[in-house]
Ligand binder design. Structure first.
Ligand SMILES: Cc1cc2nc3c(=O)[nH]c(=O)nc-3n(C[C@H](O)[C@H](O)[C@H](O)COP(=O)(O)OP(=O)(O)OC[C@H]3O[C@@H](n4cnc5c(N)ncnc54)[C@H](O)[C@@H]3O)c2cc1C
Length: 340
């Protein structure tokens, strides 16, 4: 029997880690290079929405999500004014990336995966056997992404979404009971630093009551993080190499679907990569299958999300959205199923 070929994964976010773990179940040798380390907080709504059972099962994710908080309903707020609440068409899950990524990384190593943290790999090379799971496309435009965990904050629903002037953000609970506040904001000249950036940005975006709620609750500064946040892609990336997760397609964050897409991309890549590793196919053949299946699966939701995204960003469109939500005219279920 031939020795299996090694798969190299560049990037240990949810896409890279879940792929590595699934490949180890097929006895594929996997080396995963991650620029950072675990555990660590990341700018993310930590709200997993649209994860289908078959992906969850194929990647063996269930055991890592047992304590995730279930979220069943959402209330939108326009400039601090609550709109009518909605039931989510499917239960979403709240779990911190600090916990979840570290669980996946630990399981990958326990399954015999070779995890090299603190190692950044140049992205120009594209040898056979290499999978890019390096996260979002690095070209702009970028807004600022902010996140912090808050204790003792009472929510008016499982999930609160707030629309402000060139800003939107979500509030929902994660596994330890803390509320995760995470959002994207148009850049402004704000002099506050660290965790103080959050209430300062909320004020600047016209979200005064929310800023006050945040100030009077217990924020945990150790969970604060900031990043340049992408507004998302309109199309799936060119198939010039094997990419999964945001590196293949970054959906606008308002969908809460980026994590599920990262898992789905990983799941679609498992069988073609297994076949390559065990000499049942050549690299170009496996790469082609991965590119085609991801394009087919993600094309429509990316396009629709890019059309809807301005309704979350621009003041007059936010008002229109609020009117439609208020009058019950938003076909929430239809949009949800087209976006997930
Ligand atoms: C503000 C905001 C809120 C969001 N909220 C949600 C949400 O609530 N729900 C949801 O489903 N999605 C959300 N998303 C999207 C979600 O975070 C991403 O879709 C998801 O993290 C993609 O996973 P990934 O593994 O592809 O990339 P990432 O999680 O970004 O991981 C990529 C990894 O690659 C590493 N890396 C990069 N370059 C290299 C290199 N050259 N060498 C080695 N390592 C490298 C990085 O350190 C990183 O760990 C949000 C995004 C933003 C910006």
């Amino acid at each position: 029997m031939k020795t299996p070929r090694t798969i190299e994964i560049i990037g240990g976010g949810v896409a890279g880690l879940s792929l590595g773990l699934a490949l180890r179940r097929h006895d594929v040798p996997v080396t995963l290079y991650e620029a950072g380390d675990y555990p660590r907080h990341r700018v993310c709504g930590e709200f997993i929405s649209g994860l289908d059972e078959s992906t969850e099962e194929q990647l063996g994710l269930r055991k890592f999500l047992t304590d995730a908080k279930p979220h069943r309903a959402v209330t939108y707020h326009l400039r601090d004014r609550p709109l009518r609440p909605f039931a989510l068409p499917a239960t979403a899950l709240g779990i911190s990336r600090h916990t979840f990524d570290a669980r996946l990384a630990g399981a990958f190593v326990a399954a015999g995966g070779d995890l090299r943290t603190g190692t950044r790999i140049p992205e120009d090379d594209r040898p056979p056997g290499r999978v890019m799971a390096v996260g979002r496309n690095r070209s702009g435009p970028f807004w600022i992404g902010l996140k912090i965990h808050i204790h003792g904050l009472v929510l008016d629903n499982d999930f609160e979404v707030h629309l402000g002037d060139r800003a939107y953000l979500g509030l929902s609970r994660v596994e330890n009971g803390a509320v995760n506040l995470c959002g994207i904001f148009g850049r402004r000249p704000i002099s506050a630093r660290g965790a103080n950036l959050i209430p300062a940005y909320l004020e600047a975006c016209g979200l005064h009551q929310l800023a006050e709620r945040v100030r009077s609750a217990a924020t945990d500064p150790s969970t604060f993080c900031v990043t340049a946040a992408s507004l998302g892609d309109r199309h799936v990336a060119e198939p010039d190499r094997v990419r999964i997760g945001d590196a293949c397609a970054t959906i606008p964050p308002f969908t809460g679907n980026g994590l599920a897409m990262a898992f789905q991309g990983a799941a679609l890549a498992v069988e073609p990569l297994r076949a390559y590793a065990w000499h049942e196919s050549e690299w170009d053949e496996s790469a082609q299958v991965i590119a085609v299946t991801q394009r087919r699966r993600f094309r429509r939701r990316l396009l629709l999300a890019s059309v809807l995204h301005p309704f979350f960003l621009v003041a007059w469109r936010q008002r229109l959205l609020a009117e439609l939500v208020g009058s019950g005219l938003v076909p929430f279920r239809t949009l949800y199923s087209a976006l997930h």
